[in-house]
Each structure stands twice: as C-alpha cells, then as structure tokens.
Design a protein around this ligand. Structure first.
Ligand code: NAP
Length: 530
C-alpha cells in the first residue's frame, strides 16, 4: 500500500478520503466492528458531544455540511454515529476499512524506506506512509485496585459500553469517576438504579448544558454563511469562534463579572467556553480564575440541598478549566435524590474490589453492577500501546518515557513518514476536535503530496526541530494555570506517567499559521530524503 491509516474515527475516515482522492492506495485498520471512533465506543447513557453540532461537524465538503440536518444543540452519541456512518457511505469509505482488526506493530524498515504494519489478525502490510489516527481519548483505563477479576456482578467502562445497552433497573449500582463521562451518565443511571453510589475523587466544575432541539432558523442561518463560520472557527483560539476578550477579570466590577458569568450559566445558548472566554486572564491568573470558580461553587450550594454534599461537590483544589470542565444536565440536582449517595474517595480511597462490591479505607459497599467512568491514558496511550519502532528499532514508548517529544504534534524524529493526527504537542484536546483533525489531515495530505511531486521518499522531523517544539509546548503551558492541576492533560491520572502538559495551548489559529509557515518554507524542520 502507499499508506496505512490506523483507526476509522473522524481522523482516519477523513485521512482515507483525502489520500484516496490523491490517487494513493490506502488500507485503514479499525479495532471496532464499525466506524466512528469515539462515537462508536462511548455508548454510555447520556453520551453526547459538548461542542455545538453546527461546529462539531466536517467542513471539508460543502454538500455534506448543507445536506446533513442536526436535531439538537449537542447531538447524542447515536446521532453522531449515524452522521459518521453517513459520511462513510457517502464517500464510499468502507471498501478500504478493515474492521475488527487491531494494529499491534509498526516497524520502519530502513533499507526499503517503508513501514511494516502487523495486526492481531495476522495481516502484514508494507506501506510508505503510516498515519496514526488513533484518537486522543481511546485507550481506556480502570483503576489500579486489586480484585476486579473476582467481582461477581457485572462491570462496565464508559469508554467501551455494550452495543445492546445495559438496564440497571432495580439494581444497587456503584459509579467510579466524575469527569465528563461520569457527569453525563450519572443522572441517567440514577433514573434506572434502585440505589446509586458515586465514588468521587476530585469534584469537577459542571456547567448546565441547556441542551435543546436545534432551532431550524438558526441552522439555516449558519448554513447560509457556513464558509465564513468555519473560517472564524479555524482562526480562533479553541476552534470555536467567540468574541476575543479585551480585559482582565480583575478590571471588571464584581457586578459586571457576575452578570457575565450568569449568562454563561443560565443562557440556553451558552457553551463550554462561555464562562471562561470573557476575560483575558482566566487561565493565567489564579485570582481572576477564582472569580469564576467561586461563581460556580455558589451555584452548587444553591442547587444541592444537603450542605455537606454540596461542599463535597464544590471543586477547590484546581482552577476552573485546568481539568476539562464538564457540561451537565441535572448533574448537581441528582444528588438531591434520596437513593443517590456520594463518597469522597480522596478522603477514604478505594482499596479493593471485593466479590460483592467496593471496599474503601472506611467500609464496604455492595453492588449488583459497577460502572467505571475512570477515563483514558490520554494522548499517548493509544500510540504507546502499539509496538511502534522507528530507525534503529527504537520503540516510540521508550523514546517517550520521560514524556512525548514531537515536532508540531504531528511528527517524531526517528520515525520517518509516520504522522500522528492530533498528537501530543498539538492543540487537539484543547480545541473543537474536528477543527484540529481537519487541519492535521489537510496538512499531512499536503505534505505527502509535496513529497510525491518533489520526488522525495521520506520526511522526518529533525531532532533540533523536535527539541525546540517540545520546549515551546512546555514553555507556553507554563504560562498558564494548567500545570497546577492533577489532570489527564498532565498525565496525572495514570500512575507512573511523566508529569508533562500534553497538548499545545498556543491556540488553534496561531498553531495553524505555524504549520502553514513550516510547509511554505519547504517543510522547515523536516529532513526530506530522495
Ligand atoms: P476523566 O475526565 O479522566 O474522568 C475520570 C474520573 O475517574 C475522574 O473523576 C477521576 O478522578 C476518576 N478516577 C480515575 N481513577 C480513579 C481511581 N483509581 N479512584 C477513584 N476515581 C478515579 O475521564 P472521562 O470522564 O471519560 O473524560 C475524559 C475526557 O473525554 C473528557 O475530559 C473530555 O475531554 C472527553 N469527553 C468528552 C465528552 C463530551 O464531549 N461530552 C464526554 C465524555 C468525555 P480524578 O479527577 O481525581 O483523576
């Protein structure tokens, strides 16, 4: 093949479409038995995107974006999966996607200047280019506590939920984790379970989603001006165009600030970034950030009737936004229900899973089922779980032992012609993912096109360019409050993972400019070989 693409989520599907359009032969391998990536695997109750549908959709084909009709402000997983299946059919992608096949190895063969890719089904494919479209949040993890194999009930992870769904009616249910997945699932699980216990290690900031059917007039007006709408998103900081802030939160009066935060909290058209996007220093000044954090804590105290439970739900150990904030529907309200209980596992950690439930340092809880909403080995996990070996047989997992090193988050020195879509060191998870995915796929396709027209066999990030970019990602990260939190952005949720700020916070627009400059300067920082 000319190219192997690993993964048939949004990145892999679009990469296939692009490369095939350039006349390349492409083989896509996908572990699931369907396309859609994140929206294939995350089928837990309440799973929905928290970027508005009009923004969270492909922009590469004007007809596609005009013909698809969204139904809700934030589409549920089922609708996103339908959309991605539609994309697969519309662009006839399936014939080059091999499902139920996990890539296990990719090794660079120096003599041939090609990659040899192996799968768990015994495939062996030689390819000139390998594109890792493996997703930032796809390597799921359950807590490292003993005993799970002896649990006699059923257990589930939100990140690979059974296709047929699960009915917890009448059950005693335990849920571990209160990140975005837990926050979305808990209110719906509470409707089903007879008794629900939530194990919370860190309370999160949860802003009301105000999801609602999409206004047809709004949909029409965005579509009438879609090219401009998309351009603004591409040039924005987070891939969602919002008016740029002009002043510090500390320059505004308390009244003015609270009026602004109230719009972010109560307005039915609010979005994830609403509370954070109003002032210039929300992610750089703790004092400024505290004004919004306190606003949210006050709302929690208003909603949750039991003051002790309210206090447990109020985040105080990290600035607002430094762990991924969540959008919720009736999240805090759920803790007013008599059959819903909250356990602080920061205070009384989970020590083991027993045959009948969960034991904390304080007591044992008995359950019929357990749901782990415990997240992912983010950004690097999906890559390092594959045995990827570059020049001299060096393993990517070894190279990244002290933290990922990339050039632009898309290439790695020593790994020629290997590209990582939304890899560590790119804006990725700090942005509207689909905007970043399209930018990377377009850039990689252009780079491969340039290699072919220029008669070059390989491109490889130079060690100097990689060093400089890795330093830059770290330096920009350090100008913000992000490194002060224990978050998956910092790798802190995986024991032993180096503490490194994984994404690039320089902004989607400026990052795109930098990538375009690199290309315009003949792929500056890359070594191109004949
Ligand atoms: P997550 O944000 O990493 O949350 C995992 C939760 O499990 C955290 O509350 C974590 O506590 C807890 N946890 C992990 N290990 C634990 C242990 N050993 N004992 C007790 N608690 C433990 O994972 P997620 O909720 O699946 O979300 C991951 C990311 O996926 C999100 O941040 C978001 O980017 C994306 N996502 C997006 C959407 C959406 O668009 N709507 C929905 C779901 C997910 P600590 O905080 O203390 O580590």
């Amino acid at each position: 093949m000319d190219a192997v693409v690993v993964g048939a989520g949004m990145s892999g599907m679009y990469m296939l479409h692009k490369l095939r359009g350039m006349g390349l032969t492409v083989q896509v391998f996908e572990a699931g038995d369907g396309v859609g990536g994140t929206w294939y695997w995350n089928r837990y109750p309440g799973a929905r995107v928290d970027v508005k549908s009009m923004d969270y959709s492909f922009s590469f084909d004007p007809e596609l974006e005009q013909e698809w009709e969204w139904t809700e402000k934030y589409p549920p997983q089922e609708e996103l999966r339908r959309y991605l299946n539609h994309v697969a059919d519309r662009f006839d992608l399936r014939r080059d996607i091999q499902l139920e096949t996990r890539v296990t190895e990719a090794g660079y063969q120096e003599d041939a200047q090609r990659w040899l890719v192996r799968t768990d089904r015994g495939d062996e494919v030689s390819a000139q280019y390998v594109v890792m479209a493996t997703g930032c949040l796809s390597a799921s993890k359950v807590p490292e506590v003993p005993g799970l194999e002896d649990f006699q009930g059923d257990w589930y992870h939100t990140g690979h939920w059974p296709e047929e769904g699960v009915d917890f009616t009448g059950q005693r249910l335990g849920v571990v984790g209160t990140g975005s997945s837990g926050v979305q699932a808990i209110p719906l699980l509470a409707h089903q379970a007879a008794d629900l216990t939530v194990f919370q290690r860190t309370p999160n900031f949860v802003v009301p989603a105000h999801n609602h059917p999409i206004d047809p007039e709004h949909q029409r007006s965005v579509k009438a001006n879609y090219a401009e709408h998309r351009r603004a998103n591409r040039e924005s900081a987070f891939g969602i165009a919002v008016p740029p802030p002009t002043k510090s939160a500390l320059e505004a009066s308390e009244e003015e600030r609270n009026a602004y935060y109230a719009r972010g909290w109560y307005d039915k058209d609010n979005q994830l970034v609403s509370l954070l996007a109003g002032y210039t220093d929300m992610i750089t000044s703790k004092e400024a950030n505290d004004t919004a954090a306190q606003y949210v804590r006050d709302r929690i105290a208003e909603i949750v009737k039991d003051p002790e439970v309210a206090a447990m739900l109020q985040p105080t150990d990290h600035p607002f936004g430094t762990k991924r904030p969540c959008l919720g529907t009736d999240y805090y309200e759920t803790f007013n229900l008599p059959h819903v209980h909250l356990v602080n596992v920061r205070k009384t950690p989970i020590v083991e899973i027993t045959p009948t439930g969960i034991r904390t340092s304080e007591r044992e809880y008995e359950f019929d089922s357990i749901v782990f909403a415990t997240g992912f080995d983010a950004m690097t996990g999906a890559l390092t779980r594959i045995d990827i070996r570059g020049r001299d047989g060096v393993a990517l997992a070894d190279k990244w032992k002290e933290g990922p090193r990339t050039y632009l988050g898309v290439a790695v020195a020593g790994f020629p012609n290997l590209f990582t879509i939304t890899g560590p060191g790119s804006p990725s998870v700090l942005s509207n993912m689909i905007v970043s995915i399209e930018q990377h796929v377009d850039w990689v396709a252009d780079a491969i096109g340039a290699l072919r027209t220029g008669g070059k066999a390989t491109m490889e990030a130079s060690a100097e360019a990689e060093d400089a970019w890795t330093r830059h990602v770290d330096e920009v990260g350090r100008t913000t409050l992000y490194p002060t939190a224990n978050s998956w952005y910092m790798g802190s949720n995986v024991p032993g993972k180096p503490r490194v700020f994984l994404p690039y916070i320089g902004g989607v627009g400026p990052y795109r400019q930098k990538c375009d400059e690199v290309a315009a300067n003949g792929y500056e920082g890359f070594v191109l070989s004949a």
